[in-house]
Each structure stands twice: as structure tokens, then as C-alpha cells.
Design a protein around this ligand. Structure first.
Ligand SMILES: *Cc1c(COP(=O)(O)O)cnc(C)c1O
Length: 361
């Protein structure tokens, strides 16, 4: 069978080694004669898996003790509601940094709970698309928190700097960038990420929250979105998605085996550099984003002649290069090259792009 590379933005590729291991375990977990999918989340076996996943995640991201790690459901969109419900306190407003599709969705959802301020940071001068750097963000004094999205999955825009604001609560939607590089957790108060981009299968959402923020939920907060409630119950207030949790744990072990986040960062840098270099060297493909805001995870590009889009996608998938179509909101192409995408996948894509350009350019 030919090798297939999946450039989907999410659910996205999972490392092959992890899939093989899960397959081996699927019916008969460590010679127990049962599947991990058919045992209680309260069993000793599963609790060990859950604890180990948390331990490995803490090690990878160097999460300090004063942060809690929660495993929840509801995806990142669930967090669009959970964040205001848990963090507004008596405040009536919060700052939403608007850098693209997903940060705007978070802003729209927050309007149900308060009067959020949308702070537009996207600019379009010199024909290059870029984002205002953090020291230019116009933060409001009375906002309860700042919400931002470091990697706009659909727009291919990334904020590489880390936010540092004195005495402000910083919330980051890390769904498509978590675990792609080391970060300093102490620069944040709350980080959330749904799993299906850079971790594992859909169904689980990871929350890293400063412990002193747990107790501020409004009393209409659904219990399953209440950080304090989730934390008190060790992320098992309701039945967690056990299989996603288990598989995410395998991905954490895989990451450790790759050498941790410093090594993964090097690999991600290399993959995205190669692809952008290809795009920039050609008059056939284009990406208009300023270098400083280009995403390493989601590389968007257009064919100068959009009439060729359909045939590009068709020929690519014939060669096993799948799901390169850009999100409907922006069109064009998007190659999502998360941690699990091997270098060979990116090389194959580049090779195909050159071939296609020669054929149709
Ligand atoms: C995919 C994505 C979301 C939505 O995630 P769901 O799990 O579908 O709710 C939100 N934010 C970002 C940055 C994403 O990439």
C-alpha cells in the first residue's frame, strides 16, 4: 500500500507508532483480556493511565505545581463558554484579541455572558498580512481577563511571542499549537486545547489553570464546565472520554521519546521552513503572511490561478497527499503539519508542488 499523508487541520494525523501500540492493546490491554474502552474510569487500571498521562504532560510542558491540569469534554468551543462563566467574577467585560477566525468565535460566544471588547490586531499593509505585536495591544483597564489565540488554525497566522502583562489574567486557546514548542507556563493563567489537532483523537479537552482561579465560577455555570467541580473530582465528575484520554497519554509518551518539546520544535521549524521556502521561491504559489506571523502548524497558500484548485487537490490525493483544501471561510490550500507529520510528508508535498507547477505553470 502506498504511503498516505493526511494534511487535515483536525482531526489530524496521529503518530503511526501510537496507532500501532493502540491497535496492539485494543482488545487485550497488557494481557488483561479486556479493552481499555470497556472498563470503569474509576478502576485502578484507568486511574493509573490517567495519572500517568497527567505526569507526562506536566513533564513535557514543565507545568509548575500551582497549576491544575484538567481533562474535560466539550472541545475548545466548550471553553469559549467556560472561560467567561468561570473567570468573569463581578466584572462585566473581558478583552478578546481578534486575530482571525477562532479568536473571533470565542469573542462572539463571550457576548452571551458579558460585554467583551474585541481588540483587532490584524493589519494588512505593504500587501503583507501581519499581527500587531503584543506591546501594541490596547488592553482595557477594567477587563476581567485577556483572551487570545496564539495559532489561528484557519488563517495560518501565529503569535510567536508570549504575552506578558502585569496583573492581567491571560487565557490562551492553544488548540492547534499546544506541545509544538516549549512555552513558559508562568506567562499564562489558563491554557486550553482540544485534542484533535496536535494531541490525539477528538473528544478530550485539556485545561491548564492556575489553582487560585478555580473558585470564581458564576452560579449558572453547568457543573461539567465548572473548573472547581472538575478539579475536585480529578476530572471525573462525569464519565470522561476514556479512550481519548488513554490515547493522548500514548502521544505524550511518544513526544518524550522524540526528545521532548525542544526537539519537536526543531522538527516543526524545519518542516515549515521547507514548505514556506518552496512557496516563496515560486510565482505559482503564494502566501502573503509576514514571516513573523507565519504558522508552523497550518501553512496556508494559494495557487495564483485559482481555476487550478480542483485539479491540484485531485492530483495530490491521487498521490496520497490528502485534505489540502483550505477552510471554506478562506479558500485556497492549507497544509496542516502538526507534530505527527513526518518530514517525508512535507518533502512529498513539496515534490508534488514542483511537479504540478511544471505541468500547469
Ligand atoms: C479547532 C479549533 C477550535 C474548535 O475546537 P472544537 O474542539 O471543535 O471545539 C477552537 N480554536 C482553535 C484555535 C481551533 O484550532
Amino acid at each position: 500500500m502506498n504511503v498516505v499523508y493526511n494534511f487535515s487541520a483536525g482531526p489530524a494525523m496521529i503518530p503511526k507508532d501510537v496507532l500501532y501500540e493502540a491497535q496492539k492493546d485494543l482488545r487485550n490491554w497488557k494481557k488483561s483480556n479486556f479493552s481499555i474502552m470497556e472498563i470503569s474510569h474509576r478502576s485502578e487500571t484507568f486511574i493509573q493511565i490517567a495519572l500517568e498521562a497527567e505526569r507526562d504532560l506536566r513533564e513535557l510542558l514543565k507545568i509548575p505545581d500551582w497549576f491544575k491540569v484538567l481533562f474535560c469534554q466539550g472541545g475548545a468551543r466548550g471553553q469559549f463558554s467556560a472561560v467567561p462563566m468561570n473567570l468573569l467574577g463581578n466584572s462585566k467585560t473581558a478583552d478578546y484579541i481578534n486575530s482571525g477566525y477562532w479568536s473571533n468565535c470565542a469573542f462572539i460566544e463571550a457576548k452571551k455572558y458579558c460585554t467583551p471588547k474585541s481588540i483587532l490586531i490584524r493589519k494588512n499593509d505593504d500587501k503583507k498580512e501581519s499581527l500587531l505585536s503584543i506591546n501594541q495591544w490596547k488592553i482595557n483597564k477594567n477587563s476581567a481577563y485577556i483572551h487570545y489565540c496564539p495559532n489561528e488554525t484557519i488563517d495560518g497566522l501565529c503569535i510567536h511571542e508570549e504575552p506578558v502583562f502585569e496583573k492581567k489574567i491571560i487565557v490562551g486557546d492553544f488548540s492547534s499549537v499546544i506541545l509544538s514548542r516549549p512555552i513558559n507556563i508562568n506567562n499564562y493563567d489558563l491554557i486550553y486545547a482540544s485534542a484533535q489537532k496536535n494531541i490525539g483523537p477528538a473528544g478530550i479537552t485539556i485545561i491548564i489553570i492556575r489553582e487560585n482561579l478555580l473558585k470564581h465560577s458564576s452560579n449558572i455555570t453547568p457543573s461539567i464546565l465548572d473548573y472547581q467541580k472538575i478539579s475536585e473530582n480529578n476530572s471525573m465528575f462525569n464519565t470522561p472520554p476514556t479512550f481519548s484520554w488513554y490515547l493522548s497519554g500514548l502521544v505524550f509518551k511518544w513526544l518524550k521519546k522524540q526528545g521532548g518539546l525542544k526537539e519537536i520544535e526543531k522538527s516543526n521549524q524545519k518542516k515549515s521552513d521547507l514548505l514556506y521556502k518552496k512557496i516563496d521561491a515560486s510565482d505559482f504559489y503564494i502566501n502573503n503572511i509576514d514571516n513573523k506571523n507565519r504558522s508552523q502548524m497550518n501553512v496556508v497558500f494559494n495557487l495564483i490561478n485559482p481555476k487550478l484548485n480542483a485539479i491540484f487537490l485531485k492530483e495530490a490525493s491521487k498521490l496520497g497527499l490528502n485534505y489540502l483544501r483550505g477552510h471554506a471561510a478562506v479558500g485556497g490550500m492549507r497544509a496542516s503539519i502538526y507534530n505527527a507529520m513526518p518530514l517525508e510528508g512535507v518533502r512529498s508535498l513539496i515534490e508534488f508542488m514542483s511537479y504540478f507547477e511544471n505541468q500547469y505553470g
